[in-house]
Design a binder for this molecule. Structure first.
Ligand SMILES: Cc1ncc(COP(=O)(O)O)c(C=O)c1O
Length: 381
């Protein structure tokens, strides 16, 4: 059956420019050239984005001369699903429980149809859920396992870093770099079996322009020009619009399959102080979760961090979706997955409006952390 994504429920243009952004901004001072991200990143393919990495995995793992049927969790963003639509996989959604863990009995039932060839496992928001059990279970099934670490860069890095640690036995693992680190683009892909993805870097002029963008030069020039013209200038949009013919896919562009990340994205990936970032994100999570106390508004989905959890955001379940609008109007860049595909999973259909993502990134200042907490605590039904 064709996948039908639900329409967005809100538009960013309805809200003011956020004072607390969802992701960190580039600061030269955060780079540590003396240190290098542990592990063998030579095993990693650096792609334009996470969806490109997913698409390359889908290409490398596609079965010839038979139908490719993939199981994807019903709670997702379209960017995870669209590459498989483009690659002509048959997509089936499996349900998630209210804590985003997976019911293995239901998953087994899906696989018992006998024609499933692939299964995606998502490590939501940097948390483990019961994904290790899911992967363990899938080992007994004749399916290719694609691990989505889009939110779990640290887990992805750990696959290569600690030789003592058990690397999960998956056919592919992907992550999305610019969700955690201050880069313009970036996906990373690990494939168990060697596959020569032919990726093209942008030219050096384009690379230089992107470097200028990341340190804010064109934005500053635009502001100065605006002062002279006395007109409002829209912030520069760096990404090109999808081409006309691919407009039915909102996020994935086929060119992503052939595009390497910017070269400097890899530099930022390798020279960011991941130890500090891990700690900062965990500390921010604990501060926010401990201090928000307004159950009439909602509760954090997870109250505690397990040892390996490094949050990308704080998933928070609202009692009523109206609070999403209140929070955005106050200038906190709260995100949510509004466009999940239609499925039988009632949790996913409900969470598209009620499960929100609170920023907890490494650059939040003490006053921003207090602002987030106070804003939540001051909301009234
Ligand atoms: C779970 C998940 N997988 C994959 C992706 C795709 O990552 P990217 O935005 O880097 O293409 C996203 C983000 O949109 C995501 O949230």
């Amino acid at each position: 059956m064709a996948v039908k994504f639900l329409k967005p429920l809100a538009d960013a243009s309805q809200f003011p420019t956020p004072s607390v952004t969802a992701t960190p901004k580039f600061r030269l001072s955060d780079l540590d050239i003396a240190q290098h991200t542990k592990g063998d990143v030579r095993e990693t393919i650096f792609t334009r984005n996470g969806r490109g990495a997913i698409g390359i995995a889908g290409t490398a793992l596609r079965k010839e001369n038979r139908k490719n049927v993939i199981l994807i969790p019903a709670y997702h963003c379209p960017a995870l699903v669209e590459p498989f639509i483009w690659l002509d996989y048959e997509i089936r959604f499996y349900p998630v429980r209210s804590d985003l863990s997976i019911d293995l009995n239901l998953l087994e039932k899906e696989i018992s149809s006998g024609d499933v060839t692939h299964c995606v496992v998502v490590r939501y928001f940097g948390f483990g859920q019961n994904n290790n059990d899911v992967i363990q279970f899938l080992h007994s099934q004749p399916v290719e396992i694609i691990e989505d670490c889009a939110h779990s860069l640290f887990r992805f890095v750990d696959h290569f870093a600690d030789s003592g640690k058990q690397v999960p036995d998956v056919s592919a693992s992907i992550c999305s770099i610019n969700k955690i680190l201050p880069t313009i683009d970036g996906g990373a892909l690990y494939l168990k079996h060697k596959y020569e993805a032919e990726l093209t870097h942008v030219g050096w002029v384009e690379e230089a322009k992107a470097c200028a963008f990341i340190v804010g030069i064109p934005q500053r020039v635009a502001k100065i020009k605006a002062l002279f013209k006395k007109t409002e200038v829209e912030p520069t949009q760096h990404n090109a619009d999808p081409s006309e013919e691919d407009m039915h896919l909102r996020y994935f562009q086929p060119i992503d399959l052939a595009s390497a990340s910017y070269r400097h994205t890899k530099t930022i990936f390798c020279h960011s102080n991941l130890t500090d970032i891990r700690k900062q994100r965990r500390d921010n999570f604990e501060f926010i979760v401990k201090n928000i106390d307004n159950p009439e508004v909602g509760n954090a989905l997870f109250q505690q961090l397990e040892n390996e959890d490094i949050p990308y955001v704080i998933p928070f379940l609202l009692q009523d979706e109206k609070y999403f609008f209140d929070l955005r109007k106050k200038g906190i860049q709260i995100l949510r997955w509004e466009e999940v595909a239609v499925s039988d999973c009632s949790v996913s259909q409900d969470y598209r409006s009620r499960l929100i993502q609170i920023p907890c990134h490494q650059q939040l200042s003490t006053s921003q952390l207090n602002f987030i907490v106070d804003t939540f605590n001051q909301l009234r039904p």
